[in-house]
Design a protein around this ligand. Structure first.
Ligand code: UDP
Ligand code: MN
Length: 354
């Protein structure tokens, strides 16, 4: 009897051990699948995001998230435009038609809810350009995005009322008039700097500063976004840099030495992230004032200072002359689309001085 019981106990223990072993195997099998199912995304992230860590600072500049559902043409690295250069020697993109996919870019930036400020100056008779500028901006400039246009003028009553789409607005900023166009042009940098400091900081992401005597004819959108954005001047892009109309007097802070220079950029359109444009505007204004103290005015006012600045502080995105053409110039074949262009104007008619 006691032997039998002993045998029974021994068998029971063996069964219990076997069951425990089976349970152990089963447990580890189930747990592994469970863990992968729950945390698998974190261990092997599919889209770079983590379900457990909440990165509150998502910077659209460093982190481009595309929609999983958008279908678009396959990109190629061996086929593309060969008639133009699409990257600078410091590896900033040069934006030309046919080098980017607008739908893909918009799908990346739209969920980021970015906002874009635009400044435009209409002092004295230049208010007559406002209507076309504002109406065409509604049709082509960052359509579908949050846009805030700031019009600086000494004639607020002459600002044309334009019907703006939802999410877009216009603010008129009164400024004093002037009897020298050079001064109007030069003061822009100071006013842009002040606007960023007093109104835009923490409210807007990007800013573009544009000439009013121009119209939009084609898309100007998310492809133009960058930290520091410059537009190549349509008048000099095939020229040797010795022909660029830089400030050539040593005494000026805008001086550029012979044999130096990348591209000649427009004073009539530039932009980028708020902090970058603030730095540019502050530097150009300070240098302009230092020159003025010495009785010097750079050859092309703030355009000269901007070109000096961009020579040292390289733009991170460069826009082709599609982004600021001139109506009097016939379109060159490499310019497949004119997006923004300066209208023909009679200087003697509209400027306060000649
Ligand atoms: N501007 C202005 N009133 C003037 C002169 C200039 O409002 O009397 C502003 C306006 O925004 C203009 C910019 O300064 O677009 C640059 O001047 P302008 O267009 O005459 O220079 P250009 O493009 O002919 O070199
Ligand atoms: Mn102009």
């Amino acid at each position: 009897m006691s032997f039998k019981m002993h045998l029974l106990t021994g068998r029971t223990v063996a069964v219990i051990l076997l069951v425990l072993l089976l349970l152990g195997v089963l447990y580890s099998y189930i747990w592994r699948h469970y863990r992968d199912g729950i945390f698998g995304q974190e261990v092997r992230p599919a889209d770079g995001s983590s379900s457990r860590v909440d990165f509150t600072i998502v910077n659209h500049w460093f982190h481009l998230v595309a929609s999983d559902y958008l279908e678009y043409q396959q990109p190629s690295i061996v086929q593309g435009r060969t008639d133009v250069v699409t990257v600078t020697p410091w590896l900033a993109p040069i934006v030309w038609e046919g080098t980017y996919n607008p739908q893909l870019l918009d799908s990346i930036y739209r969920p980021q809810n970015i906002s874009i400020a635009a400044t435009v100056f209409a002092v004295g008779k230049y208010t007559k350009f406002l209507r076309d500028f504002l109406e065409t901006a509604e049709q082509h400039f960052f359509v579908g995005f949050k846009v805030h246009v700031y019009v600086f003028t000494d004639r607020p009553k002459e600002v044309h009322q334009v019907k703006m789409a939802a999410g877009r607005q216009l603010t008129v900023v009164p400024v004093p008039g002037s009897n020298r166009w050079q001064e109007i042009s030069a003061r822009r940098m100071e006013l842009i700097q002040t606007l960023i400091e007093e109104k835009l900081q923490n409210h807007m992401d990007y800013i573009f500063c544009l000439d009013v005597d121009s119209k939009f004819h084609g898309r100007w959108g998310t492809e133009s976004l960058g930290a520091l954005v410059a537009v190549i001047h349509p008048g000099y892009y095939k020229d040797d840099r010795s022909k660029f109309p830089y400030e050539r007097r040593h005494e000026s802070t805008a001086y550029v030495a012979p044999g130096k220079g990348d591209f000649y950029y427009c004073g009539g359109a530039f932009g980028g992230l708020l902090q970058e444009v603030h730095r540019l505007a502050n530097t150009c204004r300070t240098n302009f004032e230092a020159d003025a103290k010495k009785g010097i005015e750079a050859a092309w006012q703030e355009e000269s200072h901007l070109n000096r600045y961009m020579l040292i502080n390289k733009p991170t995105k460069v826009l082709s002359p599609e982004y600021l053409w001139q109506d009097f110039k016939p379109r060159n074949p490499e310019v497949r689309i004119i997006r923004f262009s300066g209208v023909i104007k009679n200087y003697a008619d509209i400027r306060p001085n000649v």
